[in-house]
Ligand binder design. Sequence first.
Ligand SMILES: Cc1ncc(COP(=O)(O)O)c(C=O)c1O
Length: 455
Amino acid sequence: MGENSMQALVNQARRILKAERERYLQLHPHSIALSNRASEHFLYGVPMHWMNDWGTPVPLFIEKAQDAHFTCADGIDYTDFCLGDTGAMFGHSSPAVAKAVIEQANNGLTTMLPSALAANVGEALAAYFNLPFWQLATTATDANRFVLRWARAVTGRTKLLVFDGCYHGTVDDSMVDIVDDKTTNRASLLGQVHDLGLHTVAVPFNDLAAVERELKTEEYACLLTEPTLTNCGMVLPDAGFIEGLRALTTKFGSLLVLDETHTISTGCGGWAKNKGIVPDFLVVGKPIAGGLPAAAYGFSAEMATRMKTAKDSAPAGHSGIGTTLSGNMMTLAAIHATLTEIATEAAYVHMLALAALLEQQLTASIKARHLPWNITRLGARLELQFCKNSPSNAQMARDAQNNTIESAIHLYLLNRGVLLTPFHNMMLVCPFTSQDDINKLLKVFNDCLAELTSE
Ligand SMILES: Cc1ncc(COP(=O)(O)O)c(C=O)c1O
């Protein structure tokens, strides 16, 4: 697309944004009132400051969420393709999870001791993800932090290798960017006093030579990555890339940590299980307790032995790994219900089929408007990117971003009852998403493209 036509799209997106902001304010008097009230006691009027970063004029306050839908404080129904950015990937308040949570809530929430369900949950995790040993955490951020500590403890090495554009939660060590070929603290970080580049190096995704150059120094405790980058747009691995990482980490004595918090969208059991790759550690979070805060990390029997050796040979006292409420009774009940009753093979058959259909039809809409855009899909997860072909590293994904066009699309869809994931263009299909939901998204997306490309 030439610069003129890109500029024309941006100009049109600005016009759309202006009109849609007004429309949003008219549609949401209750959200506005709640925002005003909440602002008296919450910073930016929201429980977490980043909730204010969605592109709406005031935050959307939610009354109720069920299946693939939610209702806002103004009584408007939305089809949810954000699904809590994967936290609700198996649907909102799934009946099986709601039942398990209600039953458990009447029988204790937390004790700091393993509940009688612990053995069942261990068996469910092992069967589901194909790794024999597990530990729990409350968030995927924590699970990644803990794995990093274990990796350093068992290898006796300090350094961490990550990919440019990575996101593994607010794990300090991974909050880096490449600036002028140097690994540097992410510019947006608040209150970070450590030079993260001292122990972390970032290299471009899909660049095995760069990975080998670093790993062969034999200073790296581990390489931490998602099998597909999902937080800078979406970047799929080239054929053989993850296999290459597996071989190089083994060769140079580093551990391979796969963060499957988002790539669990690939298929039942996640990316690694479906592709037959066995990492040293596997991290899962967000949806594994149906939306309650929970995460887990799995590892091999050999790794379990190495971890025990590290722990047993350390002085007695706090390991620096763990939090009080992790693995509480409530969480165990919710994980068990999620893995055994809702994140099933049958659920994935439905999710993957609808997501494939959505990919086809979104691609057709884009082509019909002659837009040089593309849809990248990983199982139940789709990403609209403003480039002709799927990007192969984070820099290419960043180059394809356009905040104005993105904001216009998000707000246009939101004002017509369809929610996309903020900060990029992700759409997720859950077991409750219906053909009608897909049709609704396609209709409003088509209408939006018609306005964007109109003269
Ligand atoms: C790949 C990946 N890992 C970890 C996390 C952190 O999850 P949480 O915010 O629940 O700690 C995220 C969050 O988006 C993520 O995308």
